[in-house]
Write a protein that binds this ligand. Structure first.
Ligand code: AMP
Length: 457
């Protein structure tokens, strides 16, 4: 769960990367970084914090060059070291490189242990460092060939932007699990970004999604060169549509907001309820709640107010703090809720912490019945492809049925979107990555392998 951007052939490369990262702040809030290449060397600034905190006007004087790559890192419990910020920069035999990665490599331990056995040293727990080492260790003469060599040794989910002093390489794994799009800047330069909302902010024209298994090479004075290096086996991540991506983004030709609306409508068809009012959990449940209310013909109200000045609740390491943060973040409008039978719609149920608190909050505000509706199937398996889900034992749906969870939450009922319903909402033209729901680890890894947040703590 991260954002990446690459800008090539633009006078304002660093600034454009900055705005792109700003528009993708939702994909990672822990740290951010930009490196630029001016043909002679690479310049890098990375730091813990939000994009607007890390980059100031004078930082751009340092970030010279017409190629910039950038990264926002998602916060996972424990690994809050500055060393874990990206891009990862290195000097090696052929010069300098900088790498930004979104995704998760499922064979990171095997690769890392093999490298360590051969004397490699690591500064961080990030799988991105494996990539840099594999490029540096390759015996090929050219960087392009070294990158391809490295790609034969890594497995899992990855979108990569790699920068040398003169070129930029963009690669999407053959499953296309994480999104990555290509756009054209007004000044003739090129941009790739995890989400198209970045293009809207910088005024770039959307060209197309980077293809699964494709490598794009950007070189001065040439059009981007595309090479299909792996046989595609497209499995875009359903969770991007459910929760992660911004509603205004378009992934694989589908607008995220519209997908969420449709999931809400489908949820209403599958699990209707006799209610007076539909409320969303802001902001993650808003689009699905709209669809749910529309389908049932029941009024929709923004009956819970969100305080935008606290971070996402999910990221707190301990249970007590997590629970307090839900209260800090969400507050009900009693006048709307009092005496009503309400449905409360959220996009997903992970540990159940948020929902339990929300049900209590609504009942304290006078709701006579609370029907919880989740516009995603039950999350029973940890994702290994870049969404930071907790271990299986922490996933409430891995241990309890919807009826049991409803009882624990003191809700009158709890309904999930079915897997079939999710597929129907997203469209039958694709096979989606549904690993959190069906446990099909098609790109390797398993429910038992350590999660992103467990790895080096
Ligand atoms: P929980 O309270 O643990 O059940 O978490 C559910 C809430 O977390 C929902 O409101 C989701 O929008 C949000 N959520 C789902 N997946 C993630 C994730 N990987 N990281 C952060 N938040 C998430």
């Amino acid at each position: 769960m991260c954002a990446i951007v690459g800008v090539y052939g633009s006078e304002n490369a660093a600034k454009i990367a900055y705005y792109a990262l700003f528009s993708m702040q939702h994909r990672g809030q822990e740290s951010t970084g930009i490196s630029t290449a001016d043909g002679k060397r690479i310049h890098l600034i990375k730091e813990r914090g939000l994009v607007t905190d890390v980059f100031k006007e004078d930082t751009f004087r340092l970030l010279q060059g017409s190629c910039a790559i950038g990264h926002n890192r998602y916060s996972t419990a424990g690994d809050d070291s500055i060393l874990d910020a990206q891009p990862v920069f290195a000097r090696y035999k052929l010069g300098e490189i900088s790498v930004a990665h979104n995704g998760n490599l499922v064979n990171k331990y095997e690769v890392r242990n093999r490298l360590i056995d051969r004397g490699a040293i690591f500064q961080t727990g990030m799988d991105t460092e494996n990539i840099v080492h594999l490029i540096a260790k390759s015996q090929e003469n050219k960087l392009e060939a070294r990158i391809k060599d490295m790609l034969t040794k890594i497995k899992g989910a990855y979108c990569l932007v790699i920068q040398s002093r003169k070129k930029m390489f963009v690669i999407r794994d053959r499953f296309g699990i994480r999104p990555l799009s290509l756009g054209r800047l007004k000044d003739g330069g090129w941009i790739v970004a995890s989400e198209t909302c970045a293009f809207d902010l910088v005024g770039a024209e959307f060209i197309r999604d980077v293809r699964p298994g494709e490598m794009l090479t950007f070189e001065e004075g040439k059009e981007p060169y595309s090479e299909q290096i792996f046989e595609p086996d497209y499995h875009p991540c359903a969770f991007e549509y459910i929760y992660f991506a911004r509603p205004d983004s378009i992934i694989d030709g589908k607008n995220v907001y519209n997908m969420r609306l449709e999931m809400g409508r489908q949820l209403a068809r599958e699990t209707p309820a006799d209610i007076d009012l539909v409320l969303p959990v802001p902001d993650s449940g808003v689009a699905a709640a709209c669809g749910f209310a529309e389908q049932l013909g029941v009024p929709f109200e923004m009956g819970i107010v969100r305080n935008h000045y606290v971070g996402r609740t999910f990221i707190e390491p301990t249970q007590e703090v997590r629970e307090l943060k839900v209260k800090l973040k969400l507050s009900p409008i009693r006048k709307l809720i009092e005496g009503k039978r309400v449905a409360i719609v959220d996009d997903s149920l992970v540990r159940g912490t948020t929902s339990r608190q929300i049900v209590k909050m609504l009942k304290d505000a006078g709701a006579t019945e609370v029907h919880m509706r989740i516009a995603a199937p039950e999350i029973k398996y940890p994702c290994r492809y870049g969404i930071d889900t907790p271990t299986k034992t922490e996933l409430i749906s891995a241990s309890y049925t919807p009826a049991e969870i409803a009882k624990k939450m003191n809700a009158e009922s709890l309904g999930f979107l079915s897997i079939e319903g999710l597929k129907k909402s997203l469209g039958s033209d694709r096979t989606y990555s549904l690993v959190s729901f069906d446990g099909n680890y098609f790109a390797g890894g398993s429910a038992e392998s350590p999660s992103c947040s467990e790895i080096f703590n």
